[in-house]
Design a protein around this ligand. Structure first.
Ligand SMILES: Cc1cc2nc3c(=O)[nH]c(=O)nc-3n(C[C@H](O)[C@H](O)[C@H](O)COP(=O)(O)OP(=O)(O)OC[C@H]3O[C@@H](n4cnc5c(N)ncnc54)[C@H](O)[C@@H]3O)c2cc1C
Length: 472
């Protein structure tokens, strides 16, 4: 941008798909935009890294086509690199494999007749009660019981949730179920039956989740194609991308962000300022609070310290085997890992071709054995892969570890007031919008995160134009 360019500038913090897509919309409309990303590559959670001769996803990432406009744009940007793949995923449970998303018809195979009868009745009455006398669940346990009924909760969801999140549902907020819990087909079926007899549900309570029959979109190089394609368009349209840059201060003057001060952390370069007329932050809420200058009041920094994220660690493995799974990925309930994906089955090109790549996903804590890749953790992974018949340890030729300390926002019991305080404080800064998975503290899929980015961009454009849709 030339020094005498008078146009208003937007700075985007975070170059995951949300921040990138916001930048795409802005750059396409001729708005000068800069994306500041701390990692050396763009994509955030939805990235893959090339290690050796192969690409390893940070958790197998496939694009859903639910949002038509976003999908059409992604289709055009990815061009011939896009690969279509039918959703074919499983859940390993009770000595068997069940289809994902979880279907009641499959679940009942693991139940004796008495449990089955109890679960069906429990589910039916839970759904009926929600319509006739809606009630507010106090915590995640009550919310799961409200959705699935007590017997099904006791039979499946209690242990499943505890294992995945590392804490019992009583320690988690009811919001978790509204915003994260995936679809169960029996609930859909019962909702339909109740709707047919005129007992309708309040709108807007269910979570968007995978469909039973669905075409997903991937590429021969894994998740990296989409962010790379979006980044290419941003630069083509005049946007500026700063990978490996850490925003050290978001400078606020007169209730407005005036500039973002950052430095190149790869070269340990000098601090420099990017002038800013509008700022879209997609970085974690605690991070944006920590960068505000002048500093946020202790009450706000204290609230930010209460928001937790569950880290994820991925063991990407090159395996001397043609094929290891007979589907795209499998969820496990009783293993050290919670999901194993084989992206080759979705079109990933593997070198050498008679090998395969496995993406082993684990939730963890920063600095624990899984996170550090200690021998004990690797050993446990190998043992569980062998026990599941996925591969033998001597077939594993390479292991590459990918880490992200902001894998999942954690809806701890009682987190809401802290979250509200932070959102309230950020809302006092007129030209700052915090959005996306991290900035919104929520669980969108890629297309929803991109939609959040597009909405933020449109809001920014209106703000800069002094439009009627005043910001905040
Ligand atoms: C294991 C896993 C598998 C998934 N699989 C799928 C899937 O198959 N399909 C699907 O649609 N969705 C999937 N998702 C969801 C999807 O990955 C995310 O919701 C989406 O990518 C979020 O994008 P975002 O840009 O909002 O956030 P992020 O991707 O988290 O982006 C935030 C960005 O900000 C950067 N950042 C953080 N702090 C700073 C800082 N201080 N300064 C500068 N930059 C910073 C980060 O490095 C990152 O690039 C999956 C999620 C997980 C965890």
């Amino acid at each position: 941008m030339a020094a005498n360019d008078e146009r208003k500038r937007v700075v985007i913090l975070g170059g995951g798909v949300c921040g990138l897509y916001a930048a795409r919309i802005l750059a396409r409309q001729g708005v000068p935009v800069t994306v500041v990303e701390k990692e050396d590559i763009f994509g955030g959670l939805a990235l893959s890294r090339k290690c050796g001769n192969n690409f390893y996803d940070q958790g197998v990432h496939m694009l859903h086509a639910y949002d038509k406009a976003i999908f059409e744009d992604c289709r055009e940007m990815m061009g011939s690199e896009r690969v279509e793949v039918n959703l074919d995923a499983r859940i390993r449970w009770a000595e068997g494999y069940y289809r994902y998303p979880l279907q009641f018809g499959d679940m009942i195979r693991g139940m004796d007749t008495l449990t089955l009868g109890q679960c069906v009745l429990g589910l039916f009455f839970a759904q009926l009660r929600n319509r006739v006398a809606p009630w507010e669940p106090r915590d995640c346990e009550e919310a799961l019981i409200q959705l699935y009924g007590r017997p099904l909760y006791a039979f499946f969801f209690k242990e499943f949730t505890t294992r995945y999140w590392g804490m019992p549902p009583t320690m988690m907020s009811a919001q978790f179920v509204r915003r994260k819990m995936p679809r169960l087909t029996a609930v859909d079926a019962i909702k339909k039956v109740l709707a047919m007899v005129g007992i309708k549900e309040k709108p807007g309570r269910s979570v968007e989740s995978a469909l039973l029959e669905e075409t997903l979109h991937y590429s021969q190089t894994g998740a990296e194609t989409l962010p790379r394609a979006i980044a290419g368009r941003i630069e083509r349209d005049g946007g500026v991308l700063y990978p490996s840059h850490l925003p050290e201060a978001v400078v606020v003057e007169g209730g407005r962000v005036r500039a973002v001060r950052c430095r190149n952390i790869a070269t340990r370069g000098d601090l420099f300022e990017i002038p800013c007329d509008y700022c879209i932050s997609t970085i974690p809420l605690p991070s944006i609070i920590a960068t505000l200058e002048p500093a946020a009041p202790p009450e706000i920094t204290g609230a930010a310290a209460k928001l937790r994220h569950l880290p994820i660690v991925i063991y990407g493995m090159l395996v001397r085997k043609e094929r290891a799974l007979d589907c795209l990925y499998v969820y496990y309930r009783e293993r050290i890992f919670h999901r194993v994906g084989e992206p080759k089955n979705a079109g990933l090109k593997v070198d050498p071709p008679d090998h395969t790549v496995l993406i082993v996903e684990m939730t963890c804590q920063e600095g624990d054995a899984k996170w550090n890749g200690e021998d004990s953790a690797k050993e446990a992974v190998f043992t569980d892969l062998e026990a599941e018949g996925v591969c033998r340890r001597e077939e594993i030729e390479e292991i590459h570890i990918l880490r992200n300390c902001h894998g999942y926002p954690v809806f701890d019991f009682g987190y809401e007031p802290y979250h509200e305080k932070i959102v309230g404080h950020l809302a006092t800064i007129g030209n700052l919008d915090s959005t996306g998975r991290q900035g919104g503290f929520c669980f969108p899929n890629m297309h929803s995160a991109m939609r959040m980015g597009a909405d933020a961009a449109e809001k920014g454009i209106e703000y800069l134009a002094g439009g009627s849709r005043a910001h905040k």
